[in-house]
Design a protein around this ligand. Sequence first.
Ligand code: AR6
Length: 181
Amino acid sequence: MQINIEQVVLEVIEGDITRWQGDYIVNAANSGLYGGGGVDGAIHRAGGRRIAEECAVIRQKQGHVLPGDAALTTAGSLPFRGIIHTVGPIWKGGSANETAILAKCYSTSLTLACQQGARSIAFPNIGTGVYNFPKLAAAQTAVTSVIQFIRESGPAMPLKLIAFVCFEQDNAEIYRELLQR
Ligand code: AR6
């Protein structure tokens, strides 16, 4: 399912983000960039140990990545131009700035992608697995943040395709419904 916002295609896909085709994929990482379960585990497994080695270099150079921030590595053996590792908020009931942090994950990742001249990027449903962010609220934040970024960036923005890759069917349905509105 696709919609257009000011020359940019927003797409909802169901599946494994490591199988997507495009320039950059976003990883839902932890602050230490240590790898883990969920989409993080899938990306590290599929891309090989070079990704973990690059994450270790980032950790040594700049310390932990704060929630809402992002760091860039190559994609190892995956066929992407790179991987943007962003750190979502751990859900603590909603009063710990979780929504603003999640929105920042999307805008920071998009900024980083644009700096690289990316034409396409795919996001997983950041925060909605191990970190427990409620799915509907997370999708609303993701869509709002991405649309706001597109509107603020204007036509010079290199990104032409932004995909929401949903591993779970219920998330895909939530995104389809939100984008149809
Ligand atoms: N492709 C796309 N989405 C996926 C895939 C995949 N291959 N596998 C899982 N998902 P999570 P978080 C979905 O837990 O909540 C890690 O251990 C999954 O169904 O991966 O931000 C990190 O190291 C869910 O909808 O990320 C951190 O410690 C979404 O990805 C922590 O988990 C996010 O779930 C981050 O937790």
